[in-house]
Design a binder for this molecule. Structure first.
Ligand SMILES: Nc1nc2c(ncn2[C@@H]2O[C@H](COP(=O)(O)OP(=O)(O)OP(=O)(O)O)[C@@H](O)[C@H]2O)c(=O)[nH]1
Ligand SMILES: [Mg+2]
Length: 363
């Protein structure tokens, strides 16, 4: 399955810097607001040390990590829905994404333009209000559409009308729809509208290099807000991450050591996105390729097979499964089998994190 994330935030707070750090691209960053006009898109490889471990023991032609698509768009401004700054039309380019990374400025810098003092919570509220207003336009338009049918007595339209009206009332107050409990049927009615405030959010506090641990007061404000709204949180210094990404292996390690950074922010960030979306990984490993695949946590073996090839879900017979640790212990698949550690699983099997799988399918 493909996974995508849109980056949102006010103008000039480090969104493109983060995008560049994630993708090792060189999209234009500027120390002035609204330097991004056209959206930047990139497919990033999900870092996973287990791939290299597998490749050490199973000779293969290529290694294929799982990927996540990332979209970096223009910055929002207070009043964007009324046309302030770049307006809000560009938000439509992230309607189809699975999750939102909401970047919040927590770094001091005289060189980077900003009106007024740093105010993470105020900034978050401004962005969330603009997202709600963008959704309000969508919901209002759709409410008009279903109301005609509802008047004619169409049952489905009546239900949609009820759900959309309630969503509209919440959005008018700037409430993020994801923070409300919706029944499954209501969620299903809202889903085709691709509402921004209904998507899971990862808050990214872009901290200064004086608070790399993200334990300063500014980052804590963001963390608290994330907790209160049932979202996830991560702190990183986008500027520094960008620099680190551009360094060669050895230099990078030295620099990281000096700074006391044990793991790149990118790795932590991607892991947070997986947790946020309830995703997990399984591997296929053979002489042609070793590959990481993404599925939802709890997916059954046939569903996982269907990610490789749609037909495989129906044609699934059984799966032969072992873990990376077992390969490390026994060194070959033949030895794993000989030790009786290769498991055979049927249609009902719920995939485990990090399973290495051979699917047997009917021709
Ligand atoms: N000191 C410091 N500066 C940063 C950091 N992250 C970004 N910047 C600087 O902030 C400025 C704006 O960064 P961008 O990444 O272009 O910001 P943006 O949010 O994409 O801005 P728009 O596209 O204009 O909305 C640049 O000069 C960056 O170098 C950081 O962590 N620390
Ligand atoms: Mg930008």
């Amino acid at each position: 399955m493909s996974v995508s994330c849109g980056i949102v935030g006010l103008a000039n707070i480090g969104k493109t810097t983060l995008f560049n750090a994630l993708t090792s691209q060189a999209a234009d960053q500027g120390n002035y607001p609204f330097s991004t006009v056209e959206a930047n898109r990139a497919v990033i490889e999900v870092p996973d040390g287990r791939l290299a471990t597998l490749a050490k023991l199973i000779p293969t032609k290529r290694i294929m990590p799982a990927v996540v698509q990332v979209l970096d768009i223009a910055g929002l401004a207070a009043g964007a829905s009324q046309g302030e700054g770049m307006g809000n039309k560009f938000l439509s380019s992230i309607k189809e994404t699975d999750a939102i990374m909401h970047v919040v400025r927590c770094f001091e810098s005289g060189a980077v333009v900003r009106e007024g003092d740093l105010d993470p919570l105020g900034d978050i509220e401004t962005v969330e209000l603009e997202l709600a207003l963008a959704d309000l336009e969508t919901v209002t338009r759709n409410l008009e559409r279903v109301s005609k049918k509802a008047r004619a007595g169409d049952k489905e339209a009546l239900f949609q009308q009820d759900v959309f009206s309630r969503a509209k009332e919440l959005l008018e107050e700037g409430i993020q729809l994801r923070t409300r409990d919706w029944k499954d049927s209501e969620r299903a009615a809202l889903r085709p509208l691709c509402l921004l405030t209904d998507k899971p959010v990862l808050f990214v506090a872009n901290v200064g290099d004086d608070d790399l641990a993200g334990s300063g007061e500014l980052a804590l404000v963001v963390e608290r807000h994330a907790e209160e709204s049932g979202s996830r949180f991560i702190a990183l210094c986008a500027d520094l991450e960008c620099e680190l990404r551009r360094m060669e292996g050895d230099d990078r390690e030295l620099f990281q050591e000096e700074l006391g950074i044990t793991e790149l922010g990118l790795d932590r960030l991607i892991r947070s996105v997986y947790t946020l979306l309830g995703l997990q990984t399984f591997f296929t490993a053979g002489e042609k390729e070793i590959r990481a695949w993404t599925i939802r946590a709890g997916d059954s073996a046939p569903v996982a097979a269907g990610v490789i090839h749609t037909d495989f879900e129906k044609k699934f017979i059984r799966a032969e499964i072992y873990g990376v640790a077992e390969l490390v212990e026994y060194e070959t698949e033949t030895a794993i089998k000989a030790a009786g550690r290769m498991r055979t699983e049927g249609r009902a099997y719920a995939m485990g994190e990090g399973d290495v799988v051979h699917f047997l399918v009917s021709p």
